[in-house]
Write a new protein. Structure first.
Lengths: 842, 220
């Protein structure tokens, strides 16, 4: 043996070691500089993976790792968000031992050199290899090394040779690990052998932090490529345990002192990697193995770091069953090492999804909270406390939850620490709500509302209020009058309402309104209708900026009036009569505050009907009169879902609806006959309709059936206890004459209009209108009257004159008339049918 | 007139053993008609000692040196233990830091296609370790009646440990022999190619501890 000890200046790496060798040495030839030909296995692999077979294969592989295995990709975000915020974490520990050179530049130089060496891809080599393959077919789904042809194997091997000659340990290790799967091209057992070899190779990494992440990466690749090879996972974990003492060794400690990194912070850097390794090891592992691992951890001194990862990575049920044990171990840990609140946080995580034995729960909570409440930093405190809320809610009553809320308030209020903890505080609320569907219990927690007061940023506060209301609407089964609930929810709803300003989006307003309406719907004072009305009065004042809520309140009050009527079976007492008038007054003064004109019109009509049903004649009159007087204000176009639309169809609908109500409205004693009908028609006449529109005429035609119905001896429908015009006038000939006069006027107007349409484009509209009027006369007119009969025949003929009539409708109408003519008192119709001709088809 | 000749061997790995047939095709690519007097194939082996500028002086020094001796191979496998006491070129051992490195090579007679394997344990060391490396050295000796020249070249250097490794934990020794730079150990009257591996331990203060093992490479 020749053993030598010498001092050498280690400048450039190449050849420097050989200068100390006893034998003379020449310039070192870089084996990578003159590279072999051939294409690389990566592009070969990529080319193969384009075939669908391999994709299916991958899916099969995944089945070995079920969906219950949390993949790295989902961990990554969490880890990055935790570890990229603190500046201190940017230290390059893995190069820390190199005192002389600046770490970052050395790394980038190394990386660049390595990349240059690996990036030795000759153009066309890919093409070449295919040309040499006799049969360039894609590999089968589950190919083995035997299916791979020699050229491809050779290329793959060549790359492995290149990699094997990478000088530095860590880069070589990572490249080999990354290409682990490529071993499939060469031998059956290649993946397993390489995995074992790489696991052992990591022992050569002196820096424990670098080593643990190398292990985590190897485990990750292992789980991906060969999840069935558990041995390597376990070996990695046991090697990790074996090297654990290094963390407290001299090298690391010196480094930390030099970098001015505190031990607790340094230790937490290990957590993601150890979590991951343990998660891989523990995945579907038998209980015995987990117990063995736990015992091994116990045996190691000062094992807080490991303990933390065990609680994080092992099955929650496993941890929960031994929660008391774990608390004991946590207590035994060194105060100066890994932060204890993190240990309790990890335990809390497990306990929020699995239950410890019932008898131990209270002492667990007490032990945990004793430590948590002593955490000084508000950020550390809330991160931990937030986790334990779930456990507390699951197993304890409002008393304990209230205590915890109080403690959180105490910790987070000084210096407005809550401002930096909104996500965690929100999460506390989200955890509490599912456990307290009984809102009387929830709000009887003294500290719940004070807790809400910590949300002082508007957007967050509204968000929290919304989440509370959503739960309320979803879970509140029965309407309530509980003052505790009402006060609290009114407060919450008011907060939501008050957040509305000029910039609030329509969608947001809509969703807020929906939630508030949901609340209003669940408020009931039972038979105490007056209380209900005063609640609506209060609500109107509170929610005045949200129109959908105001509309909902008007409906609520109208319903209240109808319920009163129902309770009194239609016979109002003096008191209830006064009450329903109060309801009408509520609606009457509320409706004008709405901006949408059709909302106003429809609510006036509806409220008028409700007033009428409750025998409040003058109130009904006022509603309907206001509606009529509002008509001229209806704009020609309105905005519907952001688009400008003609208002005409809506207006016609409303008027028709209005007309049908007018049948039962008695004339006002101080006004003329049919004054509401006349008033409506006057408004229609004066309204500026669209150019070339027949809307006005259609209203006139629609008014004819109403007038016909009014002239009947007994009306089609009436309102109990309200005398309509049939009773007021009792078929007075003067009244009938008025109606006739009005009809004549209307028909005259229609006919004038029809004349005007006789030319050009108008003939189609003329035909349609003429047919409408014909139908109206047929249904409602007395056709024994010769004049009217003649008019009907003329209208029929006019409508068929230009051939725009729908033949099927005409035929069916004609059949109907013939059928009617067979009835005893309608025989005059048979005469008429003879004079009605169908349009000739030319 | 441009003509390209391309010899394409059938065997992908281009490794042939004694008695085997070398076969393949010759691809002649020419734009125009090509006249030739037949194609003949000949194989030539060539040994060439290249002197680097760095080793010129050294070569002169070794010129006229003694005849190459037959080197003795270590028995398989070989255990080793390195302490300050085993060092050869140190005068004052008391000034050295204490250390103990133990390990073994699974074999020093290796198939050239198989990796060199073994284990190494850093039992103790007063000084932190910076790196542990495997250095593969090729020793070429060439000579005639007048004398012999010997040239040693580092052909590969592989790091097996980086930083202050854990004490008492075995670290794998593993090195793949580079295909282009290794061959079976060759010994003829006038020409010799031999290989050695050095285990180089670099301490934090840049001191080197080197342990040398002659290897015998064979092709199975």
């Amino acid at each position: 043996l020749k053993t030598k000890y010498s001092k050498a200046r280690r400048g450039g790496r190449k050849g420097s070691t050989s200068s100390s060798s006893s034998s003379s040495s020449s310039v070192v030839l870089d084996p990578l500089s003159s590279m072999l030909d051939g294409s690389d296995p990566l592009s070969l692999f990529a080319a193969v993976s384009q075939t669908p077979e391999l994709g299916r294969k991958r899916r099969e592989k995944e089945e070995e790792v079920g969906s219950d295995f949390e993949p790295w990709s989902s961990k990554r975000g969490e880890i990055l968000s935790r570890f990229t915020t603190t500046e201190k974490l940017s230290i390059n520990l893995f190069m820390g031992s190199d005192k002389t050179s600046s770490p970052s530049s050395a790394v980038s130089e190394k990386v660049r050199t390595r990349l240059e060496e690996l990036d030795d891809l000759e153009e066309g080599s890919q093409r070449e290899i295919w040309s040499m393959c006799a049969d360039p077919h894609p590999l089968p789904e589950s190919f083995s090394a035997d299916d791979v042809n020699d050229t491809a194997k050779e290329t793959c091997l060549n790359w492995f040779f290149k990699i094997a000659s990478i000088r530095e340990l860590v880069p070589r290790l990572y490249v080999e690990a990354a290409l682990l799967k490529c071993n499939r091209f060469l031998t059956k057992s290649g993946i397993q052998e390489t995995l074992q070899r790489l696991t052992a190779m990591i022992r050569g990494i002196g820096d424990p932090l670098v080593a643990v992440y190398a292990r985590a990466y190897l485990c990750r690749v292992g789980m991906e490529v060969a999840p069935h090879l558990k041995d390597s996972l376990n070996k990695n974990f046991f090697d990790l345990l074996a090297t654990f003492r290094q963390i407290h060794g001299e090298s690391v400690q010196n480094q930390l002192a030099q970098q001015r990194v505190e031990i607790p912070i340094y230790l937490t850097l290990y957590s993601p990697a150890i979590h991951w390794i343990l998660q891989c090891v523990a995945y579907r592992a038998p209980e015995v193995l987990l117990t063995e691992m736990m015992d091994r951890c116990k045996k190691l001194g000062n094992n807080a770091l490991l303990l933390n990862s065990v609680m994080w990575a092992f099955r929650a049920e496993f941890v929960a069953m031994r929660a008391t044990d774990f608390i004991g171990m946590i207590k035994d840990c060194d105060e100066a090492g890994f932060p204890k609140h993190l240990l309790f946080a990890s335990l809390g995580r497990s306990l929020s999804c699995a239950d410890p034995p019932e008898s131990e729960r209270l002492s667990i909570l007490n032990d945990a909270w004793k430590v948590i409440t002593k955490v000084r930093s508000p950020r550390d405190y809330i991160n931990c406390a937030e986790i334990w809320v779930e456990f507390t809610c699951r197993h304890f009553t409002k008393r304990e939850v209230n205590t915890i809320l109080a403690d959180i308030i105490k910790h987070m209020t000084p210096d407005r620490a809550f401002e930096d903890a909104y996500p965690q505080l929100q999460s506390v609320i989200k955890k509490i709500l599912p456990h307290f569907h009984d809102f009387s219990v929830l709000f009887s927690m003294e500290k719940f509302l004070p807790f809400l007061d910590m949300f002082q940023k508007d957007s967050v506060r509204v968000e929290v209020c919304k989440s509370i209301m959503e739960v309320f609407i979803k879970h509140q089964q029965e309407a309530t009058r509980d003052p505790v609930i009402l006060n609290a929810l009114l407060h919450i709803c008011k907060t939501m309402h008050d957040s509305v300003n000029a910039l609030t989006l329509d969608d947001e307003k809509r969703s807020l309104s929906l939630l508030i309406n949901g609340f209003i719907r669940m408020v009931s004072f039972g038979r105490d209708f007056e209380q209900q009305l005063s609640f609506c009065v209060e609500a109107r004042a509170t929610f005045c900026n949200l129109e959908p809520v105001i509309i909902h309140l008007i409906h609520t009050v109208n319903q209240l009036a109808m319920e009163t009527r129902c309770v009194m079976k239609g016979n109002h007492s003096r008191k209830t009569a006064a009450f329903v008038r109060a309801c009408a007054a509520y609606s009457f003064i509320t409706i004008p505050s709405l901006t949408s004109i059709f909302n106003r019109l429809n609510l006036y009509l509806l409220s008028g009907e409700v007033a009428l049903a409750n025998q409040c004649l003058s109130q009904a009159d006022a509603f309907l009169k206001t509606a009529v007087s509002l008509l001229p204000e209806v704009p020609r176009t309105i905005s519907i879902e952001g688009k400008q639309r003609s208002s005409e169809p809506f207006l016609l609908d409303f008027i028709n609806n209005f007309l049908s109500t007018l049948l039962v409205v008695p004339d006002h004693p101080e006004q003329g006959v049919l004054y509401l009908v006349r008033g409506l028609l006057n408004m229609v006449q004066d309204y500026t309709w669209e150019d070339n529109s027949d809307a006005k005429i259609r209203v006139y035609i629609s008014a004819l059936p109403l007038l016909a119905a009014m002239s009947q001896e007994s009306y089609l429908y009436t309102i109990p206890k309200v005398d309509s015009n049939e009773t007021l006038y009792g078929g007075d000939p003067k009244f009938i004459a008025e109606i006739n006069k009005l009809c004549e006027t209307l028909i005259g107007q229609v006919l004038d209009h029809l004349k005007g349409l006789g030319r050009d484009e108008g003939v189609r509209r003329q035909g349609s209108l003429a047919f409408s009027l014909f139908g109206c006369l047929l249904a409602h007119g007395d056709l024994r009257n010769n004049k009217l009969n003649q008019l009907a025949v003329n209208l029929w003929n006019l409508s068929h004159k230009h051939g725009f009539c729908d033949t099927r409708t005409s035929v069916r109408t004609l059949e109907y008339i013939k059928h009617q003519a067979q009835l005893a008192d309608l025989s005059h119709l048979s005469d008429m049918t003879a004079r009605l001709s169908l349009q000739s088809r030319t | 007139m441009s003509v390209s000749l391309d010899i394409r061997l059938k065997r992908a790995n281009k490794v042939y053993h004694e008695g085997e047939r070398v076969s393949g095709v010759l691809l002649v690519n020419s734009r125009d008609a090509l006249q030739h007097q037949g194609v003949s194939l000949s194989l030539e082996g060539l040994v060439n000692l290249q002197l680097s500028s760095k080793s010129v002086g050294v070569f002169e020094a070794f010129y006229n040196s003694v005849k190459p001796q037959k080197s003795k191979l270590q028995p398989n496998p070989v255990e080793f233990s390195i302490t300050p006491e085993t060092l050869q070129n140190v005068r004052e051992r008391s000034s050295l830091p204490r250390f103990l490195i133990r390990g073994h090579l699974d074999a020093t007679s290796c198939a050239v296609t198989q990796p060199l394997t073994g284990e190494l344990v850093l039992e103790s060391s007063e000084v932190a370790i910076k790196s542990i490396e495997l250095q593969l050295v090729r020793v070429e000796t060439c000579g005639c009646a007048e004398g012999y020249a010997r040239d040693a070249t580092e052909i590969q250097n592989i790091q097996i440990a980086e930083g202050d490794v854990c004490r008492g934990l075995s670290i794998p020794i593993y090195m793949v022999f580079p295909r282009l730079f290794t061959c079976p150990t060759l010994e003829t009257t006038n020409f010799k190619v031999e290989f050695e591996v050095n285990i180089v331990i670099i301490l934090q203060d840049d001191h080197l501890i080197t342990e040398n093992f002659p290897l015998k490479l064979v092709r199975v």
